[in-house]
Design a protein around this ligand. Structure first.
Ligand SMILES: [Zn+2]
Length: 204
C-alpha cells in the first residue's frame, strides 16, 4: 500500500500509540502499568491487560504486582492472541512482555495503527545484562519509553540490573526474591558478578 493511501486510511481515526515501561526486577514496572491502566479505567475507557500464559507466580487471572495491587488480566500463549483479543479495547496493557515472541512488535504496531493505546511493561535486560526478547525493538518503535529503577541491594543506588543469586543459567527463570536482587552498574559488574560483561547484541 502506498504511504498516501495509508495516510488516508488512518485519517479521522483515534490516534493510537505505544508506551514502554522497562527496568530491572523489582523496579515497579507492573505498578506503573497498573497505575496507567487504572487512570484509563477512570476515564471510562475499555481496557484489557495481557500477560504470558506460563507466568503463574501469583493469581492466574490477574496482573499482580509485588505489592499485591492488582487488576484483571488475560493469560495468552502467543502474541497473535493479543491482536485478536485486544481489538475491542481502547487501551491494551501487556505485562512481562519480555517473555513474548518477537511477533509482539508487529502486534503492538498493528494495534497502535488501529487507534489503540498500547502500554508494554517488561524487563529491558536479562540476568546477564543482555537486551531481553522483543523489548529492545519495542523501545525503538514506541512513542514513549519510561525506564524505572529499583534500589541496589548492595549500595542503595538506583539499580537497573537484575543480578541472579545462585548458579541457575536458564534465562526464563521467573523472578522471585530468592533468585534475584536489583543492582546498580558498579555492583553488578564488579562485586562478585558471575558473568563477564555480555557481548551485545547476540545473534542466536
Ligand atoms: Zn550498587
Amino acid at each position: 500500500m502506498l504511504f498516501s493511501e495509508q495516510r488516508h486510511l488512518y485519517r479521522d481515526r483515534v490516534a493510537g500509540s505505544i508506551e514502554v515501561i522497562c527496568g530491572s526486577m523489582f523496579s515497579g514496572k507492573t505498578e506503573e502499568l497498573i497505575r496507567r491502566m487504572k487512570r484509563a479505567q477512570l476515564a471510562r475507557l475499555n481496557v484489557q491487560i495481557f500477560k504470558p500464559a506460563f507466568d503463574k507466580r501469583y493469581h492466574e487471572a490477574h496482573v499482580v504486582s509485588h505489592d499485591s495491587n492488582s487488576i484483571p488480566s488475560m493469560p495468552v500463549d502467543h502474541s497473535s492472541a493479543i491482536l485478536l483479543l485486544g481489538q475491542q479495547s481502547r487501551v491494551v496493557g501487556i505485562d512481562e512482555a519480555q517473555f513474548f515472541d518477537d511477533g509482539l512488535v508487529d502486534v503492538c504496531n498493528d494495534l497502535a495503527n488501529r487507534g489503540t493505546r498500547v502500554i508494554v511493561a517488561g524487563l529491558d535486560m536479562d540476568f546477564q545484562g543482555r537486551p531481553f526478547g522483543p523489548i529492545p525493538a519495542l523501545m525503538a518503535i514506541a512513542e514513549h519509553v519510561s525506564k524505572v529503577h529499583a534500589v541496589c541491594m548492595q549500595c542503595g543506588s538506583p539499580a537497573n540490573y537484575s543480578y541472579r543469586i545462585g548458579t541457575q543459567t536458564e534465562t526464563l527463570l521467573l523472578g522471585e526474591k530468592e533468585h534475584y536482587e536489583p543492582r546498580c552498574r558498579t555492583c553488578y559488574y564488579t562485586h562478585s558478578a558471575p558473568e563477564p560483561p555480555a557481548n551485545l547484541p547476540t545473534t542466536s
